[in-house]
Design a protein around this ligand. Structure first.
Ligand code: GDP
Length: 344
């Protein structure tokens, strides 16, 4: 892509969307970024979404808007989760196709993979086993979105890619102790303990589970890297062109053909991760050092550990030439800075 594209970031105020806007704003050439708040544009409204696309004509879309389905949401309002996400996806993907969007990136949570998928989880694990029951409404809605990307690519020649970030942390995180993930929760706990002069902080579980964490701006850099891939590479990734000397059944430009051709081998899907994981106990020591808390860490084994491991296989992304840049400690320092700014 030689000229600077017009980019619509749907869901620009969340952890993913805000990182994208930050990185797109910082990168050269300057990008023309379009955003709309939920109050300005309700993406479950098909007519409003079509009108927005017809007026703005973006070249690239990052679809990070969702009725987010954490454990709490899946339990408390599963009907809204399964109703609104497919609507948002269908409206945006269809409007993007009608308005000739060049590339669309659809953000999908790690929970779309089967509960017992082999670790680290490869893209091929999709639909190979039962889902984690507590996240089924959200996961199934998102899996339908992946299938929609794949179907539009095949039938209409669109270039839609589903991206699965590993657990992210960074500016704008959810620091609520009940609903937030471990990193924002620990940042808050250690900070408040330091302020209160407390002598210990409780870390949930045994400290032995391992998790993979990616700084949100690194995730955004990976997306910008994918956005800037040459067409041939991007089409290979989508399964629209075969990397081998064998001609693909969908060879050619893939546009408007292939509806009854053989399926590409795998859905257009790529993991975005850090590439290695860390034990919760070691994470807690690192957060403690970054925050500057000098008391003890106490393991609260009355709280659940959750899964022993959850990491993603990032071989596909690494083979394309991208790896995460921000070491955990540096990312945690920046995240803590963000937390402190929010306290003022
Ligand atoms: P998960 O990755 O979906 O299991 O979600 P979490 O980020 O909530 O938890 C990851 C791991 O961190 C689990 O083993 C938790 O028991 C552990 N953990 C330790 N302390 C905390 C805490 O204060 N809050 C949270 N959310 N998790 C914690």
């Amino acid at each position: 892509m030689t000229t600077s594209p017009k980019i619509y970031v749907a869901g620009h105020s969340g952890l993913v969307g805000s990182a994208l806007v930050r990185r797109l704003t910082a990168s050269a050439p300057r990008h023309d970024i379009v955003t709309r708040s939920h109050a300005e544009l309700d993406l479950t409204d098909q007519a409003a979404t079509q009108a927005f696309f017809a007026a703005e004509k973006p070249d690239i879309v990052f679809l990070a808007a969702a009725r987010v389905g954490g454990v709490f949401a899946n339990k408390s309002f599963p009907a809204e989760v399964i109703r609104d996400n497919p609507a948002i996806q269908a409206n945006v993907m269809d409007a993007a196709w009608q308005n000739k969007v060049k590339r669309l990136f659809f953000f999908v949570p790690r929970g779309i993979y089967p509960k017992l998928a082999e670790l680290p989880i490869k893209e091929e694990a999709l639909l190979t086993g039962p889902l984690e029951p507590s996240s089924r409404p959200y996961a199934l809605a998102k899996i339908a979105g992946i299938e929609m990307c794949w179907s539009y690519n095949r039938q209409y020649g669109s270039r839609y890619l589903s991206v699965i970030p590993t657990q992210l942390y960074g500016p704008g995180d959810n620091y609520d102790l009940d609903t937030g993930h471990v990193i924002p929760a620990l940042i808050r706990k250690f900070h408040e303990a330091k302020q209160a002069g407390a002598n210990h902080v409780a870390v949930w579980g045994t400290g032995t589970p391992r998790r993979e964490f990616l700084y949100s701006d690194d995730m955004a850099d990976a997306c910008i890297f994918l956005m800037n891939l040459p067409d041939t590479k991007f089409d290979e990734l989508l399964g629209l062109a075969a990397p081998s000397p064998q001609p693909s059944p969908l060879a050619g430009d893939g546009r408007g053909e292939g509806a009854d051709e053989e399926l590409p081998l795998s859905p257009p899907l790529i993991n975005i991760g850090f590439g290695s994981d860390i034990a919760i106990a070691e994470l807690a020591e690192t957060v403690k050092a970054v925050v500057g808390f000098t008391g003890e860490i106490v393991l609260d084994i009355s709280m659940p550990d959750g899964a022993a491991r959850k990491s993603l296989d990032v071989a596909k992304l690494t083979a394309l030439g991208w790896t995460a840049r921000t070491p955990l400690r540096a990312g945690l320092s920046r995240a803590y800075g963000d937390f402190l700014r929010g306290q003022r």
